[in-house]
Each structure stands twice: as C-alpha cells, then as structure tokens.
Design a protein around this ligand. Structure first.
Ligand SMILES: [Mn+2]
Length: 385
C-alpha cells in the first residue's frame, strides 16, 4: 500500500477519542460547497457513531473574513472547552488558532490549500500539501480528504461498515467540481462514481435540486451547469450555510422550497456579475496596466471571484477585485496560468492583513490606507515575472 495522507490516521484516532468520551465537537467550515460538504461528511459520520456536534459554524467571509477569525471565536467561546475541527480553511490562521487555543479549543485543521511560510500551531493538520506529506496525489478537494477521513474512522471503529462512507461520493463529486480540482487520479474516480450515485440519490436536497433544474444525468458538464451554481450562491443563515441546510434536509417538501430559493438567487447573481463586469471594463485602461486592480463599496464580495475569473480569462492578466469597506476591504484574486497570486501576495504581504488560497485563485483582506501601495507592489511584482 502506498503512503497515506500525513496525520489522517492520527486525526481519526483523536476524533474517535472524542466519540468515546462524548467530548464537545465543533465543526467549522469555509462557507463554500467544498467546506459545506466536508462538514456534512464528518457530521454524518460522527452521528453514525452516536456523537452529535455541539455546534456547526460557517464564518461570514464578508463580515468576519475567511477562515477561523476573532468574531467567530467570540461566538463559539461559550462552548469551550471543545474540539474544534476546521474544514477547507485555516491554513493561514496562525494568530487565530493561537487565540482559539487560548479560549480553550483544541484545533484540528483539515484542508487542501497551499500552506504559507508560517503554519498555525494546530494540534493536528491534515493537508496533502503540507511539509513532510508523502501522499502521492496532492489535488484532492477538502471533501475528498474528509471522505478518506470518514473511511479511516469506519476502518478503525466499525470495519464491517467500511462501505458506508461511499454514500458521500454523491457529495464529493460536487465539491471536487465546485473547487475545479484536476480530474485525475482519485478525483477522476470520485467524480465518475459520484456522478453515477447522484442519479440515484436519496438525499432530499439533491433530489429537489435535480427536479427544479431539469437534471437528466448527462454527466459532468450538466452537474457544473445545474447543480453547482445553486450551491455556490448559497448564503448564511445564523452562521449556517443555505447549501448545508438544503443538503441535510430530510423533508422533500422543505427541500424543494429551499432549492427554489437558491435557483432564483442564481438568476439574480448572473445579472449582478454581468453588471459588475461591465463596470470594471468601463474603468479599465487596459493598454497601460500590468494588472487589473479595482474596488467598489457597492459590489457584493461573493460575486467578485466570478467577475475576476471572467476578466482574467478575457484580458489574460492578474485580476484583484475588492469590496471597499469602511476601514478594511476584502478581495478576490484570479491569476492567468503560469503566474502565482499567492507568491505575489507573499511578496507584498507587508500591506496585507490576511491572505491565502491557491496560486490561480486566492483572496485577501487589506486596510484601505494600504490599497495604493499594495497595487504598486503587485504591478511591480508581475512586471518582473
Ligand atoms: Mn476547497
């Protein structure tokens, strides 16, 4: 057998200890389909073992920032001491993980984002991209990693039920496609098996989504066009993601109503993206600029990734878009193949509050007074590439 993902079994053993001693467990996920689905996989796995998490929490990227953050920890503090397991985020939260520990949490990070030079001092980190990980395939979505964690938990605790996590593949396929992971190796298998399982799903939320979007089971492209957008557009209700609520809903009637709301939101989102894209285009003096760097207080942060993707594709240059806040601004980054947005931000990190993500798709948070300096630094960086 090839090498397993570093710390996967260690994390499984620690989680089983929590099951055994009925510890308080908090599941903390990035509020996108990959984070949401990772949380669902572990939630339903723990419930099979008779442990219900004391809280599930998805941070509001716009109000709190990406990953583990101070505001969230304030809300969660009353549940301490507890085991806080984070999904699809937190690799860049060095300070916040320290604060979580101070507040009485033990932190386990399950993630697939590129580690920055400084890594948080969590008690366990499972991330195929971390130093010392010998696992050969590095391109799993966080949900793919969490699926393997679920398998490992069953192998250790209920070997006779080790097939059970396979029911999560209908979700793993969605996370893998939503995060645009490379469809090779294990991802290829997860997507192939998951797409098939989706055709026979018993999950009310997926049945509702399929119905409302006239889903025929035609393959990957159809999943991307019909099933992923409503999950991508889901917002937060009381720190729970609407996609999460839809996918865990047992009642088909309620699920239909939720799926309906989400598909209506998709339509609105498409109109807004078009409008913001046009606005940015109008402002550009494209012959002059090495990078596209624009912001506005009227833009909706969650749409900026899509707008940046479009502009990046059209103009083939790095795109940094931010929603201008009162004092600080969060932003979204898309980079043409061959360049690296994370490296660019590491190079200019003296101007940033936080940043992280993948080389071609990342995010940042900055004090407004540093915006111009940051822009200059980035332009310089990409000019020298
Ligand atoms: Mn992800």
């Amino acid at each position: 057998m090839g090498k397993e993902i570093k710390n996967l079994e260690k994390a499984a053993k620690r989680i089983l200890k929590a099951v055994e001693f009925k510890e308080k467990v908090i599941l903390y996920g990035d509020a996108d389909p990959d984070g949401v689905i990772s949380v669902i996989i572990l939630k339903e796995t723990l419930e099979e073992f008779g442990l219900k998490p004391v809280q599930i929490y998805f941070p509001d990227r716009e109000k709190e920032g990406y990953g583990i953050n101070e505001k969230a920890l304030k809300v969660l503090k009353k549940k301490a001491p507890a085991l806080l397991i984070s999904f699809d985020c937190a690799m860049s939260n060095v300070k916040e993980v320290d604060l979580a520990k101070k507040n009485g949490f033990e932190v386990i990070i399950i993630d697939h984002h590129n580690p920055l030079p400084k890594v948080p001092k969590a008690s366990i980190i499972v991330n195929p991209k971390q130093k010392g990980d010998k696992y050969s395939f590095k391109q799993l979505a966080c949900a793919g990693i969490t699926y393997k964690l679920s398998k490992c938990l069953f192998e250790l605790k209920e070997p006779s039920l080790v097939w059970l996590p396979e029911r999560f593949l209908e979700l793993v396929v969605l996370a893998t496609l939503a995060d645009q992971m490379i469809l090779e190796d294990e991802n290829e298998e997860f997507v192939r098996v998951g797409a098939l399982a989706l055709n026979y799903t018993q999950r009310a939320g997926l049945r509702a989504l399929k119905k409302i979007t006239d889903f025929n089971g035609d393959g990957i492209e159809e999943i991307k066009q019909k099933i992923i957008p409503p999950l991508n557009v889901a917002g937060l209700k009381d720190h729970l993601n609407e996609g999460f609520l839809l996918l865990i809903e047992k009642d088909l009637k309620k699920a239909k109503k939720m799926a309906n709301d989400l598909t209506a939101k998709v339509k609105k989102k498409r109109a807004a993206i078009k409008r913001i894209t046009e606005e940015v285009k109008d402002r550009l003096d494209i012959a002059k600029e090495t990078i596209i760097f624009e912001g506005d207080s009227s833009w909706t942060l969650v749409f900026l990734g899509s707008v940046a993707s479009r502009l990046c594709q059209k103009y083939k240059r790095p795109v940094f878009l931010y929603k201008k806040g009162k004092v600080e601004s969060p932003g979204s980054v898309r980079i043409p193949k061959g360049s690296n947005g994370v490296k660019a931000m590491i190079n200019c990190n003296q101007y940033l509050k936080t940043y992280g993500g993948h080389p071609l798709a990342a995010g940042f948070r900055i004090k407004n007074k540093n915006l111009e300096k940051f822009k200059k630094c980035l332009s310089q960086y990409f000019k020298n590439q």
